[in-house]
Write a protein that binds this ligand. Structure first.
Ligand SMILES: NC(=O)c1ccc[n+]([C@@H]2O[C@H](COP(=O)([O-])OP(=O)(O)OC[C@H]3O[C@@H](n4cnc5c(N)ncnc54)[C@H](OP(=O)(O)O)[C@@H]3O)[C@@H](O)[C@H]2O)c1
Length: 278
């Protein structure tokens, strides 16, 4: 295997960003192991050379088994792309705490679990790269996005901490911060928002916001997953990658206005955004 061919594990590869990135990375010649729960969804990726694996990132034994299999077959693991994630939108008061915990289990502890599993091998190799798919949701808070933002702010903090710690072992940590990307993510977040709002004092606003989210994620204005893939390819291949790649619809604008506006102005803007008609 040449030096430029990397052994890669990417999670959440059964749809959206992960699916697109897995196929592209394999077509570029890398050895790509693609993990998700809906393993059948990844069948078409096999024609690009991708190797699908069943993994729920919340399942320690399954995650450990996948990493062990890759190391046994390849003798190394160069890149981990932590992409698996979803949004449980809803008012802080009404989202059941079990759902909030599950959100953190997938988006944060799942990611941390995979980091812990690959680091011993990367340390032994004296090299490795961890690419964490965060979001502009780790930089600013949208209306009814509470627990999702908690999870993505956590991914930002965890990645910044990890980057300092593993640098002496030759391992680098990169954050990808997409804006709005046209995937199934928006519909899942909207369904959760509607579900957790019904029959509560937040019902009217929650259902309206859920409808806005659904419409926003069905318009062509949002960026394609390939925009994120491009940043992932750079993060994987660059000799000295940036610590953060912010890309996709509205990402820079959102972060810029968030840094500029007083908190209450931001709050008002976000609440008004829910009334937008797409
Ligand atoms: N779309 C956006 O606007 C946007 C913006 C910024 C950041 N992001 C982030 O980008 C990442 C990918 O999202 P996407 O937009 O591509 O959405 P998506 O199409 O819904 O893909 C989400 C992926 O995560 C996987 N996943 C969910 N729960 C999992 C679990 N417990 N174990 C393993 N895999 C799990 C899903 O696979 P299975 O269900 O088959 O397991 C699926 O492959 C997420 O971290 C998301 O937060 C998205």
């Amino acid at each position: 295997m040449t030096k430029n061919v990397k052994v890669i594990l990417i999670t959440g590869a059964s749809s959206g960003i992960g699916y697109d990135a897995a196929g592209t990375l394999a077509r570029l010649g890398h050895r790509v192991y693609a993990a998700a729960r809906r393993v059948e969804q990844m069948e078409p990726l096999k024609s690009d050379g991708v190797i699908p694996m069943r993994m729920d990132v919340t399942d320690e034994a399954e995650a450990e088994g996948c990493v062990r299999t890759i190391l046994e077959r390849e003798g190394r693991l160069d890149v981990l792309i932590n992409n698996a994630g979803y949004g449980y939108f809803g008012a802080v008061e009404t989202v059941p705490l079990d759902e909030a915990r599950r959100q953190m289990e997938v988006n944060v502890f799942g990611l941390a679990r995979l980091c812990r599993l690959v680091l011993p091998a990367m340390r032994e190799q004296g090299s490795g790269r961890i690419v964490n798919i965060s979001s502009v949701a780790g930089k600013s808070v949208l209306y009814f996005g509470g627990w999702y933002h908690v999870s993505k702010y956590s991914v930002e903090a965890l990645s910044d901490a990890l980057r300092m710690e593993v640098r002496p072992f030759g391992v680098d940590v990169v954050l990808i911060e997409p804006g709005g990307i046209r995937t199934g993510w928006g519909l899942i977040a909207a369904d959760h928002l509607a579900e957790s709002s019904k029959g509560t004092p937040y019902e009217k606003e929650g259902l309206r916001e859920a409808e806005t989210l659904r419409k926003a994620y069905s318009i062509r204005l949002l960026s394609k997953p390939s925009i994120v893939t491009r940043a992932i390819v750079r993060a994987v291949g660059a000799r000295r990658p940036r610590t953060r790649y912010r890309i996709g619809f509205g990402s820079d604008t959102l972060v810029f206005f968030h840094s500029l506006l007083p908190d209450r102005w931001w709050d008002a803007l976000m609440r008004q955004a829910g009334k937008l008609h797409f």
